[in-house]
Design a protein around this ligand. Structure first.
Ligand SMILES: Nc1ncnc2c1ncn2[C@@H]1O[C@H](COP(=O)(O)OP(=O)(O)OP(=O)(O)O)[C@@H](O)[C@H]1O
Ligand SMILES: [Mg+2]
Length: 461
């Protein structure tokens, strides 16, 4: 039996497009790996129809495409062996359906904020990674704390780079911060439908479905925005294989696994620097109000920890009043007794800072939640790893594990290796949650622990 290269083999091409190894495809098709590799290398006689059908199912192909596969091997086997080796696929590799339900490229992105400002570094990082000369990375993760502006950033970038994605822009809300995220399987169905695949052609098996998604995306220059991702596991099956598609994932979680296993690049979204925050406040309030309440910009910027969500809520308090009432409204806002009360929005949890922090906090393990609350016991300052261990009264190894969980949920930041801090509003959240939950002796013991640590350290000089 002559054995040929798999270079021109249709099955090999389809399998690679679906991002599958021979082993993975064999498992999905319920075949021995040998059956797949023999077909790809033309090391068998004409493959059985039942084998090709099983392979078609494993690849998530519809009937028409399975027909093409059968046809390809029927014709190939009709050729003399040397011809078989050189033959280009006699049928086209399944081409995507016309774009979008009505044949138009999908344009699903919500609008970015009309007042979008700042973020020049992050925008150019996205350009460099995704469309720049040394780019070509197909997946970027934008991660940062609640309300820092991840969604606004990706939308602003995507609208500005609209032309780089002529086959459309897809948007899916993965609802990671709600605690009820949809499964990758459901999301794959949604994306396939958005890409114009008829519902009846969406495979019922999750593996075949995500394989089909990769296959469809491989041929298209589309941008897929996966917003508010819950975990790497939720996103991984939706990532494109090699090809023209680009995916941007936004998440409150670091999702480091996507860099480690899936070659994603990370672009961190930190709080806005004071200058950019002040510019945003000036834009939101407008000249007239600023003249009426001259101290407003500094007062608001100082309280908002660089979080655009906080800045917008704060400005809304003033904008809802007449210009003449602005000074009074500012004074009332500054006089809120609990700092987070100044960032409430009664009828919309998505515009309430405490709610946003609570959503992230609720996803912590019980242990991490308990130690997070203790971070609000000492005054807010940058803490060494040793100081945190003293505060928590834990060995360093356990301290590291908990710090890693908090950092990965952006409920603590590590601005330099081994140094940790909470921004002021998050520290306030830890403090008030601790006061609500933890008995006073526990908080006092934690305070004693860290004070003793600091005293010993300063005694040592
Ligand atoms: N650079 C910006 N310029 C102007 N407004 C912004 C900017 N970034 C964010 N905003 C506004 O701040 C608010 C919060 O931003 P956004 O929803 O993007 O945050 P997020 O990080 O995605 O939050 P979450 O973690 O809840 O998903 C929104 O009203 C948004 O329009
Ligand atoms: Mg968001």
């Amino acid at each position: 039996m002559t054995v040929h290269s798999s270079e021109h083999d249709l099955l090999a091409q389809l399998r690679r497009r679906a991002g599958l190894t021979q082993e993975e495809l064999a498992e999905r098709a319920g075949l021995a790996v040998r059956s797949v590799s023999n077909i790809e290398r033309s090391a068998v006689g004409r493959p059985r129809v039942s084998t090709l059908r099983a392979i078609g199912a494993g690849l998530g192909l519809d009937d028409a495409r399975v027909g093409e596969l059968l046809d390809f091997y029927r014709r190939r086997w009709a050729q003399p062996a040397p011809e078989r080796a050189r033959a280009e696929p006699a049928v086209r590799v399944p081409a995507p359906e016309p774009l979008g339900p009505a044949g138009a490229a999908p344009t699903q992105l919500p609008s970015p904020p009309s007042t979008f400002s700042g973020r020049s570094e992050e925008l150019s990082a996205l350009d460099t990674v995704l469309t720049g000369p040394g780019g070509g990375h197909r997946c970027v993760v934008l991660d940062g704390p609640a309300g820092v502006g991840k969604t606004a950033l990706v939308l602003a970038w995507a609208h500005a780079r609209h032309d780089a994605f002529p086959d459309g822009q897809l948007y899916a809300d993965l609802r990671g911060s709600t605690g009820r995220p949809p499964s990758a399987e459901d999301l794959a169905r949604q994306l396939l439908t958005d890409l114009g695949i008829p519902d009846a052609d969406v495979p019922s098996s999750s593996v075949a479905r995500t394989a089909l998604l990769r296959q469809v995306l491989a041929a298209r220059r589309v941008l897929v925005v996966l917003d508010d991702a819950a975990s790497a596991q939720q996103v991984r099956p939706l990532l494109p294989g090699p090809g023209a598609c680009t995916t941007v994932v936004a998440s409150r979680h670091q999702l480091r696994g996507l860099s480690i296993r899936d070659e994603a690049r990370h672009v961190g979204v930190p709080p806005m620097p004071e200058g950019a925050a002040a510019r945003l406040v000036r834009t939101l309030l407008g000249d007239e109000r600023l003249r009426a309440a001259p101290g407003a910009v500094d007062a608001i910027v100082q309280r908002c920890s660089g979080l655009p969500l906080a800045l917008r809520i704060a400005c809304d308090h003033l904008v809802r009043r007449t210009t003449a009432q602005a000074p009074e409204a500012l004074a009332a806002w500054l006089a809120e007794p609990a700092p987070l009360d100044a960032f409430r929005t009664a009828d919309d949890a998505e515009c309430d800072l405490r709610e946003a922090f609570t959503a992230s906090y609720r996803q912590l393990s019980d242990e991490a939640a308990r130690y997070f609350r203790l971070l609000g016991v000492p005054p807010r300052t940058r803490l060494s790893r040793d100081a945190v261990a003293a505060l928590w009264d834990l060995p360093l190894r356990t301290t590291d594990t908990i710090l890693a969980e908090l950092a990965s949920a952006h409920l603590i930041e590590e601005p330099s290796p081994g140094r940790y801090e909470l921004h002021a509003l998050l520290w306030e959240f830890a403090r008030e949650t601790g006061i609500d939950h933890d008995p006073e002796p526990i908080r006092r013991a934690a305070l004693r622990g860290i004070l003793e640590h600091w005293a010993t350290r300063s005694a040592r000089g």
